[in-house]
Design a binder for this molecule. Structure first.
Ligand SMILES: CC(C)(COP(=O)(O)OP(=O)(O)OC[C@H]1O[C@@H](n2cnc3c(N)ncnc32)[C@H](O)[C@@H]1OP(=O)(O)O)[C@@H](O)C(=O)NCCC(=O)NCCS
Length: 164
């Protein structure tokens, strides 16, 4: 009798971003944002030593995150999951990974900016313990001029990730 085919779970890995990843990162970036970062911005982030991570699924690039660390603060500058991989917990895992890295580096707080219209991302950030601490007026480019940014903060001291 033939045995049932073995179901193999796809291999999910988070690792540092490399220059060779930038082409794939930019393809996801362009399909995800109306005003995407350029290839040069990602290269600069790598060059200046920002924390740049990618998540791969079966070696295919599926998500990435970029964060700066300094003066006791982490700034999460980009977090993005390829559309086909969304709603499977990857954004959460990448954000948790960045928070853990920032806490391990001794940062006291993590900050990020988000468009108030981006309710999907805001739900993720609130679920992981961020709270709104301010607004930056006209921070983002928008189709009809400028859009404000909500500034969110999460305290990292005694960093525990809320469980789902
Ligand atoms: C925001 C983003 C990173 C979320 O990534 P994701 O992998 O789809 O999110 P996850 O599956 O990890 O979901 C985590 C939480 O986010 C929220 N969320 C995710 N998708 C959502 C949706 N379609 N609607 C509402 N909330 C959603 C939920 O709170 C979810 O938690 P839950 O599953 O326990 O309800 C992803 O949508 C994305 O890359 N968007 C485009 C780029 C972007 O806007 N980045 C943020 C810039 S500030």
């Amino acid at each position: 009798m033939a045995t049932a085919p073995e179901l193999l779970a796809p291999e999910v890995v988070i690792r540092p971003m490399r220059v060779a990843d930038v082409v794939d990162v930019v393809a996801i970036e362009r399909s995800s944002y109306q005003f995407p970062w350029s290839e040069g911005i990602f290269r600069d982030c790598l060059r200046v030593g920002y924390v740049c991570r990618v998540m791969t699924v079966s070696r295919q690039l599926a998500a990435y995150g970029v964060m700066s660390l300094g003066a006791g603060e982490a700034h999460i500058l980009n977090l993005c999951v390829a559309e086909v991989h969304r709603c499977h917990g990857m954004g959460r895992r990448m954000l948790e990974s960045l928070i853990e890295r920032a806490a391990a580096a001794g940062m006291g707080d993590a900050y990020l900016e988000v468009r108030p219209s981006n309710t999907t991302a805001i739900r993720l950030y609130l679920a992981l313990g961020f709270e709104q601490v301010g607004v930056r007026r006209g921070y983002y480019q928008a189709a009809s001029g400028r859009e404000d940014a909500a500034v969110l903060k999460r305290v990292l001291r005694g960093c525990e990730i809320p469980s789902t």
